[in-house]
Ligand binder design. Structure first.
Ligand SMILES: C[S@@+](CC[C@H](N)C(=O)[O-])C[C@H]1O[C@@H](n2cnc3c(N)ncnc32)[C@H](O)[C@@H]1O
Length: 257
């Protein structure tokens, strides 16, 4: 980059040379100042891009039909990814991608990492262990087929194919990866929820996060998974339980016991 473009974005050719002529500093000092200004401009660009990520997420959510993730939760998940730069993120319970795609957008922002999504898209898996109230809506296979198709369309539309790996399987059939930076548990909220936490949370590295959805879900499995996390090296970081949110965030502070 020339001196002129570094200081004036090329809008006023010759300005830098005029400043240099009028300023009693050595060429080396002047070059150092130009390098510092260039570095500051790069940092500002990075910050602007980060802000833009949250706008992109809100724009994505504005296009979505179905799903449950709020903007607050999507921003929280994306913030963990931008701050932690994890190699692997894993979500149990994808549906239309309302929570997964914001995480994939954050990986794309990092130009690093990917999100593994696990969802069988099977009514029989969704109703397993659920009470009668939940069973009615979830028992229709057609809505699962539609959700899978919709999710695949959104992955393409938002250009995150390189950051998403989908396993169309129940979580119990998937071998947990060796190390995870972020685990989002939002699959079957019956007894399977506790099994998911017991199998996948031990793979979250120290400093990594678990986000549990629907912590107030009837039946007790989700609250039992909170107890399991707290007994295995995790601490509570944050709960969101108003305006459509019902999730909590935990961080591993010590190795699994
Ligand atoms: C509440 S929805 C997920 C919502 C999504 N994360 C969001 O924010 O919009 C629950 C999902 O869990 C999936 N599911 C049900 N049983 C499952 C299992 N055994 N393993 C993984 N996913 C499961 C369902 O197909 C459904 O897509």
């Amino acid at each position: 980059m020339s001196d002129g473009s570094a200081l004036s974005s090329g809008r006023k050719p010759g300005l830098v040379n005029r400043i240099r002529a009028a300023t009693p500093v050595s060429r080396r000092q002047f070059d150092e100042v130009v390098a510092q200004v260039t570095q500051i401009r790069r940092s500002i660009d990075v910050i602007a891009q980060r802000e833009n990520l949250f706008t992109k997420i809100e724009n994505f959510l504005g296009t979505m039909e179905g799903g449950w993730c709020t903007a607050k939760k999507a921003h929280a998940l994306a913030s963990i990814i931008v701050a932690l730069r994890p190699a692997l993120v894993l979500e149990i319970g994808v549906w239309t991608g309302r929570s997964l795609i914001p995480m994939a957008l954050a990986c794309r922002e990092n130009k690093f990492g990917k999100v593994i999504g696990i969802d069988p898209y099977k009514a029989v898996a969704s109703v397993d262990g659920q009470n009668a109230e939940s069973t009615g809506w979830w028992s229709r296979q057609q809505i699962h087929d539609d959700a899978l198709k919709y999710f695949r369309g959104k992955v393409a539309e938002f250009d995150v194919e390189d950051y998403v790996e989908l396993h169309v399987q129940p979580s119990g059939d998937v071998e947990p990866p060796r190390e995870l930076g972020l685990l989002h548990v939002d699959g079957n909220h019956g007894p399977q929820a506790l099994r998911d936490v017991e199998r996948f949370a031990p793979r979250v590295h120290v400093g990594g996060f678990v986000v549990l959805d629907d912590i107030g879900w009837a039946g007790g499995a989700v609250s039992a998974s909170v107890t399991s996390l707290l007994a295995s090296g995790f601490v509570h970081v944050r709960t969101a339980s108003t305006d459509g949110d019902d999730w909590a965030m935990y961080q591993r502070r010590s190795a699994s016991v």
